[in-house]
Design a protein around this ligand. Structure first.
Ligand code: DWN
Ligand code: ZN
Length: 421
């Protein structure tokens, strides 16, 4: 582990408590989820402690260390998927933002962590003025080439003021799967307040901690994801920074996410009943109690042991197993469960930025689908969040006798295209 690149978390980034941490689970030292390697030869590879704690005061689930964002995000291999699932989802995000903010033609939508501009293109098609903000220089360039203006920076109060001065105030500030990646939430929210129009909505999509616990999506725990939120935790956070939760929707993407909007505390938007209902559910169903997190850790250990036994069992019977989708969560899954080249032949992935490289820690070659010469008997589905779509598309592989192993909530083998989650 490299000392300068990490900060150890002491105070809760939501409520400020320093003494209230419940240890949840430690996965030991794990490489960075998107640090694809140039070679499979044994070589020194940076690893960092991957450990989760829960703040008993506000129930933020947090990692114990923060890896320098410059290291994580300046060159980023993850490209927003253009899968059917994601395309449909992005349309739904436009619809929900429009419904919540009553967007007018030409209103400004600013997206934080805008990647290659896919989501903003959907807003643009709906008549909005759009601006992306993304520190990944390689991705900002792609977005610009698609006609989506993009500020290639991390978002903070200074960037926010600059954008407001050049482009005016934003009706929507959107952050899809980026808020959980940010350590200094106070700075981000200060920026949001400066850029937001009086009745604008700050809208984030984050994995829902309830779905993380129920669906045992423990592989979505990696160094990029610093925080895992309940609605009640977000509500506490917004209130501390002059904002008020206005609405929430549960969405199925990435193992279960929430799209949460907050306005200025004094804005005209009422808080929707759905917000209060989910907060009450979190309390009544036990998500504010230590036991939920103890059970989560115990179930993770069971799932990991079950998956390792299943894969090794197949291999010992002479079956060939490979991975499908070199997702970030695959890095956690393979490294935490101790699976690698002894069991798995390769990993296929459609992302050109990942092809020709090797998976972090486990060093499986990442192959373009067309470069797979001989299909394995089973694919371990590291992109299980697209299970339904992938299995439908790969029906010929299934019909020819192949199988997909979906690893969570408990490992399960599918030999025909059925809805996995
Ligand atoms: O928060 C984050 C989420 C939203 O996205 C990031 N920190 C990083 C990333 O996580 P991920 O890598 O786990 O995301 P995905 O979208 O689940 O990754 C799927 C991978 O599988 C991609 O590399 C693309 C690949 N894929 C494929 O090869 N064939 C995906 C599909 C749908 C396919 O058909
Ligand atoms: Zn806290």
């Amino acid at each position: 582990m490299s000392g300068e690149a990490v900060r150890t978390v002491t105070r809760c980034r939501v409520c400020g408590s320093a003494e209230e941490w419940q240890p949840v689970i430690s996965f030991g030292e794990v490489p960075l989820a998107n640090s694809f390697q140039p070679t499979a030869e044994p070589h020194a590879e940076e690893t960092y402690p991957l450990e989760v704690v829960s703040c008993r005061a506000c129930r933020l689930l947090s990692l114990t260390v923060v890896v320098d964002p410059e290291l994580l995000y300046r060159t980023y291999p993850y490209v927003t998927s253009d899968s059917e699932t994601m395309t449909r989802h992005m349309q739904e995000v436009v619809r929900l933002c429009d419904e919540r903010s009553s967007l007018a033609e030409g209103d400004l939508v600013v997206e934080l962590g805008s990647n290659t501009g896919q989501q903003l293109m959907a807003f643009r098609d709906a008549g909005a003025r759009v601006l992306g903000v993304d520190p990944a220089l390689n991705l900002a360039q792609i977005a610009e080439s698609r006609g989506v203006p993009t500020v290639p920076e991390f978002f903070d109060a200074t960037t926010a003021e600059d954008i407001a001065a050049r482009h005016g105030k934003a009706s929507v500030i959107l952050g899809r799967h980026v808020f959980a990646h940010v350590d200094d939430l106070a700075e981000l929210l200060a920026g949001a307040r400066r850029l937001l129009a009086d009745d604008g909505l700050f809208t984030i999509e984050v994995p829902y901690a309830v779905d993380l616990l129920d669906g045992l999506a423990f592989d979505t725990i990696y160094h990029e994801h610093l925080s895992y939120f309940l609605v009640s935790t977000l509500d506490t956070l917004f209130a501390r920074h002059g904002l008020r939760t206005v609405d929430v929707a549960r969405l199925s993407v990435h193992g279960g996410s929430i799209l949460v909007s907050a306005g200025r505390a004094e804005s005209r938007w009422p808080t929707h009943e759905r917000v209060r209902e989910l907060i009450a559910h979190e309390r009544d169903a036990g998500y504010l109690a230590d036991e939920a997190y103890e059970r989560f850790a115990a179930r993770i250990r069971e799932t990991c042991a079950g998956l390792t036994a299943l894969v090794r069992g197949l291999v010992s019977e002479g079956r060939r197993v490979a991975c499908y989708g070199a997702s970030a969560k695959g890095t956690t899954l393979l490294n935490v469960c101790g699976l690698g080249p002894a069991e798995l032949e390769f990993c296929t992935d459609t992302t050109p930025q990942k092809q020709g490289l090797f998976t972090p820690g486990s060093h499986l070659p990442v192959l373009a689908p067309d470069d797979v010469r001989r299909q394995p008997d089973y694919y371990l589905l590291l992109a299980w969040n697209y299970a339904e779509e992938i299995m439908r598309r790969e029906s010929a592989f299934l019909e020819a006798g192949g199988g997909f192993i979906v690893p969570v909530p408990e490992p399960k083998v599918y030999t025909e295209p059925v809805i996995a989650r």
